[in-house]
Design a protein around this ligand. Structure first.
Ligand SMILES: CC(C)(COP(=O)(O)OP(=O)(O)OC[C@H]1O[C@@H](n2cnc3c(N)ncnc32)[C@H](O)[C@@H]1OP(=O)(O)O)[C@@H](O)C(=O)NCCC(=O)NCCS
Length: 212
């Protein structure tokens, strides 16, 4: 089994550990996080050091990394971590839960996480380091750009485009053909029936823009 290091030890990390263990493809060597968390454990996986240990681990032959830090409003740390780990030379396998249904006619980029019971349908594209969380539905012909997060139970109907670093809140519904910009935040439970420009926060049914 290939070895993998996890970077980021919060709640999202638990989902990732669960998925990796069930898939039997990778052996988890440990987690990297901040100094105050070192020696703690998450689901019996130890936090073995801070992020700077990654270089030594790569030198020791561990070539795979998973960014196990979650995101809601701010994806910049996930972005920063991916760049520094890439510079070291790490590869970022997509981690797909055994219970997810992912069309063979979809394209899943590096660093993507697809959680329990999620569905990605035909001709959809999931960009680098995006999260398709528990029970989310990405219907046919959707494009989810890099570092975006489709939260638990959110639904993208067919041919929806989501820009980079956007967050689609839990149980939100985006109707077919809608274009959502980059750095957008869609609130939990919202229904989106019109396109959303970059950097907007939109909540409710039908979605309305708010300033937060
Ligand atoms: C959109 C969101 C980020 C706003 O949070 P916030 O910045 O703390 O904003 P507030 O709670 O102060 O709400 C601001 C206004 O928007 C409304 N609002 C906030 N979230 C809403 C939602 N999801 N649906 C409808 N209205 C919402 C509030 O009622 C409030 O309205 P008011 O000004 O008329 O009183 C947050 O409510 C949300 O939905 N987060 C997504 C959570 C999620 O997807 N989690 C998944 C993790 S895996």
């Amino acid at each position: 089994m290939e070895k993998v290091i996890l970077v980021g030890g919060g709640g999202h990390c638990k989902s990732i550990i669960d998925t990796i263990r069930e898939s039997n493809k990778y052996e988890i060597v440990g987690i990297l996080d901040t100094e105050d968390k070192v020696d703690q454990s998450i689901l019996d996986v130890k936090i073995i050091g801070v992020d700077s240990l990654a270089k030594n681990l790569f030198g020791d032959g561990i070539k795979n990394a998973v960014i196990s830090l979650g995101s809601i409003k701010d994806t910049s740390l996930r972005n920063k971590l991916s760049l520094s780990l890439k510079e070291i030379g790490f590869s970022f396998p997509a981690i797909i839960d055994n219970t997810a249904i992912v069309s063979k006619n979809s394209k899943i980029e590096e660093g993507v996480y697809i959680g329990k019971g999620a569905i990605v349908n035909a001709d959809s594209y999931i960009g680098k380091f995006s999260i398709i969380n528990t029970g989310a539905v990405v219907e046919h012909d959707c494009k989810v750009s890099s570092f975006s997060h489709i939260s638990p139970r959110a639904t993208l109907c067919g041919s929806v485009l989501v820009g980079s670093r956007s967050h689609i809140g839990a149980n939100a519904t985006i109707i077919q053909g809608i274009k959502i910009g980059s750095d957008v935040l869609v609130g939990a439970g919202s229904t989106i029936i019109e396109d959303i420009e970059n950097s907007k926060v939109v909540v409710g049914n039908p979605g309305r823009e708010i300033n937060v």
